[in-house]
Design a protein around this ligand. Structure first.
Ligand SMILES: Cc1cc2nc3c(=O)[nH]c(=O)nc-3n(C[C@H](O)[C@H](O)[C@H](O)COP(=O)(O)O)c2cc1C
Length: 340
């Protein structure tokens, strides 16, 4: 199976099938802000701006890594980038292995000409370091899209339930460390929907990553995506067994905070509103990312992506207002009440 075919399958399945977790949730419903009837703030003066890796964001929002490698993926990336530039938020491209293996597909990842000012992340699977990738390939991925940082995604479970998966995850920490030392841009370690544990965060911090994206469970379930792609019943049943596996996003944020208190945390995995982003930041994250909700919008138009961003940011602004937090620094200090 070609990488292009797999990417096309991923988009189709994410759009058409129920790829959510079953009983497991992200955990945000267990926390609430203390409502402030007298916030002593002007809604229109709430300051959502922040910085990551020295680059300014107009709001603490990331369009999480998704795609590239096919014609449809290119249109999706163009729509995402146009809206990201308009709203001054960060964006990640999907895994660039296809663009490196087949340079003729590299254009499908390139959005810098559309989004000259945004914080832009390249993306490579860390497991590829056991399958021929090295720091040169990482540099190539960064240069291909003129990225500000490189995401190394960690997806052991996704690879394990795929018939064609790359499953040798042995000895990766050392290889990640070598890349962190030699790459001229910051390295972000990221899961794809099962969360980062305290132990993993400690190893990643020691390896020298500059940030961690928890990509916890509760949103898009990649074992479900792989279940819908499975070639036979056996593979389907094996993938289905993991529908509720993983560390819920809210728990993973707190685990990473304990293990690596100095590292910026990107909260993602099942974030579905500006209130979720506000809660993630109050618990220690720097910004919040979403993938699934932006994919659907991006298949329609750049305007649809912009509307999703507008709604997310408006809800975030109102949540900060009603919780009495005038800016992101204040939001990070705002207590949450545990419900129940
Ligand atoms: C269609 C699609 C493709 C994705 N491809 C990648 C990828 O190439 N690299 C990566 O790090 N994460 C990838 N992800 C994972 C997302 O970045 C994100 O971590 C995950 O979907 C959880 O976020 P969500 O619940 O908001 O969708 C992909 C997600 C979707 C929906």
């Amino acid at each position: 199976m070609t990488i292009e075919r797999r990417k096309a399958d991923h988009i189709r399945i994410n759009l058409d099938e129920d790829v959510g977790f079953d009983r497991l949730t992200v955990g945000f419903e267990n926390y609430r802000f203390i409502h402030q009837a007298l916030p002593e703030l002007d809604l229109n003066s709430i300051d959502l701006t922040t910085q990551l890796f020295g680059k300014a964001l107009k709001a603490p929002v990331l369009i999480s890594s998704m795609t590239g490698g096919t014609e449809q993926a290119q249109q999706i990336n163009v729509n995402l980038a146009q809206a990201a530039q308009q709203y001054g938020v960060a964006m990640g491209l999907g895994s660039q292995r296809a663009g490196i293996a087949r340079p003729e597909t590299a254009d499908t990842f390139k959005v810098r000409h559309i989004a000259p000012d945004i914080l832009l992340f390249a993306n490579v699977g860390a497991v590829q370091f056991n399958y021929g990738f090295d720091v040169e390939h990482c540099c190539e991925a960064v240069e291909m899209i003129q990225a500000d940082a490189l995401i190394l995604h960690l997806n052991p479970l996704q690879e394990a339930v795929q018939p064609e998966g790359d499953v040798n995850f042995a000895g990766l920490a050392q290889k990640i460390e070598a890349v962190c030392k030699r790459l001229p841009v910051p390295v972000i370690a990221k899961e794809v929907g099962w969360g980062i544990s305290e132990q993993a965060a400690r190893m990643l911090a020691e390896a020298g990553v500059s940030a961690i994206d928890v990509a916890g469970s509760g949103g898009t379930s990649w074992s479900q995506v792989e279940m819908f792609r499975a070639p036979d019943d056996l593979h389907r049943r094996v993938a289905a067994a993991f529908r509720d596996w993983g560390i819920p996003t809210i728990e993973s944020i707190q685990m990473v905070k304990r293990a690596a208190p100095h590292l910026p945390i990107i909260a993602s995995g099942g974030i579905r509103s500006g209130i979720d982003i506000a809660k993630a930041i109050a618990l220690g994250a720097s910004i919040g990312g979403m993938a699934g909700p932006f994919l659907k919008a991006a298949t329609i138009s750049a305007e649809a992506v912009a509307e999703t961003l507008e709604e997310t940011i408006r809800v975030l602004r109102i949540a900060m207002f009603a919780a009495g937090a005038g800016d992101i620094a204040a939001l990070q200090q705002t207590p949450l009440v545990v419900v129940g």
